[in-house]
Ligand binder design. Structure first.
Ligand SMILES: Cc1ncc(COP(=O)(O)O)c(C=O)c1O
Length: 424
């Protein structure tokens, strides 16, 4: 017997509840993500299921690729969606590109930088982490020095780290990495759709994302884009599973990717004209991903970014008007999420509980060194709208006043209202 105790698992409070209809309360999700999905996305997800090799479905896959090329502003052929949440995409890319002992430089400025570090290590990399204090980002000179002294094969960074609400500027970073023979992988889960990410113009080799933030969808499928150079590194490790091998098959020269599910070389085979079987495609999720990109492109990239920026300004003005302080370097704040210091004498969890229970509004707490210190208020995707921001601020004012926080009643909502729409 292994002497370890497993975690506690409470029984169902009411054994019959599992047989009742699902009837969740209509929450307004104003945390760091997930957020409420656009109803168009949920509608698309009720479309009829198809077999994954049905020519209609293969057509939807190609359309999804084309839409995400526009979304990522790239000509990369290998722009597709991976079944799994955003971290599975980070893992698929890293496990498939990194061979044992490869050097990876992780630029970490929050919890999700730490995640990149962990996944790179689990993928067998020799990792060096360059850390920026939470609430700040890196400048190119710092990064250049780290690249020069470590000579990594891959540099990995989050564009936006939701844990600290900071946005790393990426212009120039791709060229810098290439100058020293390194590749650049970006986790844009939390930022893409809310702020520009011109993948080709910024010479980024690999990007992974998720739907559940600015793309206004549910989590569960992850858009990615890889340039040909990056895709070739992965495809050189192609080792088809035995059941798919045919006469004349020869394995790639690179080492076999350690996980079958995370084997992006086989996933590339599935998406390519080879149409080789791998996992059973999550058809419903692909429909959702297609609709997310379609909504975004119909709105126009610049309009979507402007909408997020406006919502961000309104949240900032609103909380500042309530005598609250915004966390971190405001010049490098993500537009879609705002960190707000919990004022002295106020119980942060109690405020979040009151917002949820009395107003059906969810805002976020934080992790690690920021746990209990800041709230995170998101306004992104379908919820980057004036009404959502104003509802949230109005509810927060009521709850904060009840908690005894000192401020001028109405000042926060008024400040936000002035910034929203065409009001003078
Ligand atoms: C920056 C960032 N990266 C990765 C993830 C992980 O995404 P998922 O929960 O979809 O796996 C998140 C989730 O919040 C995130 O904010």
């Amino acid at each position: 017997m292994i002497s370890i105790s497993l975690p506690k698992l409470s029984p169902l409070a009411n054994p019959n509840s599992a047989f009742e209809d699902l009837n969740p309360k209509p929450r307004l999700l104003m945390g760091p993500g997930p957020i409420n999905a656009d109803p168009r996305v949920l509608k698309a997800m009720t479309s009829t299921l198809l077999g994954q090799f049905d020519p209609q479905f293969r057509g939807f896959m190609r359309e999804t690729m084309a839409l995400y090329r526009q979304f990522f502003e790239t000509n990369n052929d290998w722009t597709l969606v991976l079944d799994g949440t955003a971290r599975s995409a980070i893992e698929m890319v890293m496990m498939s590109a990194i061979e044992q002992g490869d050097k990876v430089l992780v630029l970490s400025f929050g919890r999700f930088g730490q995640l990149l570090d962990e996944i790179a290590k689990r993928s067998g990399a020799n990792v060096r982490v360059l850390e920026a204090p939470w609430g700040t980002v890196f400048d190119l000179a710092q990064i250049e020095q780290a690249i020069k002294s470590f000579s990594p094969k891959l540099v990995a960074v989050c564009q936006g780290d939701t844990s600290t609400t900071m946005l790393q500027p990426l212009a120039g970073l791709g060229e810098l990495c290439h100058q020293y023979g390194a590749l650049l992988q970006v986790d844009a889960t939390a930022s893409c759709g809310g702020t520009p990410l011109p993948v080709d113009a910024w010479a980024i080799d690999a990007v992974t994302a998720g739907l559940q933030k600015c793309l206004a969808g549910p989590s569960g499928i992850a858009p990615i884009t890889l340039n040909n150079h990056f895709a070739k590194i992965i495809y050189s490790r192609r080792h088809l599973e035995e059941g798919l091998q045919t006469a004349g098959y020869t394995a790639g020269t690179g080492s076999r990717i350690a996980s079958n599910y995370m084997d992006l070389a086989m996933v590339i085979d599935y998406w390519s004209d080879n149409a080789l079987n791998h996992h059973t495609e999550a058809t419903t999720m692909l429909y959702g991903a297609r609709e997310c990109a379609r909504i975004f492109i119909q709105e126009g990239l610049a309009n979507a970014y402007a909408r997020h920026a406006q919502a961000s300004r309104a949240v900032v003005a609103g909380v500042q008007g309530m005598n609250l302080k915004v966390y971190g370097d405001l010049n490098n704040k993500m537009p879609n999420v705002t960190g707000v210091y919990i004022p002295d004498g106020v119980n942060g969890d109690k405020v979040r509980g009151a917002l949820l229970n009395d107003f059906n509004i969810e805002i976020g707490t934080s992790f690690g060194q920021l746990n209990g210190k800041i709230w995170r208020i998101g306004a992104m995707g379908y919820n980057a709208r004036p009404d959502c921001v104003l509802h949230t601020l109005a509810a927060l004012e009521i709850v904060l006043a009840a908690e005894g926080h000192k401020f001028t009643r109405g000042a926060g909502v008024d400040a936000a209202y002035q910034l929203i729409g065409d009001r003078p």
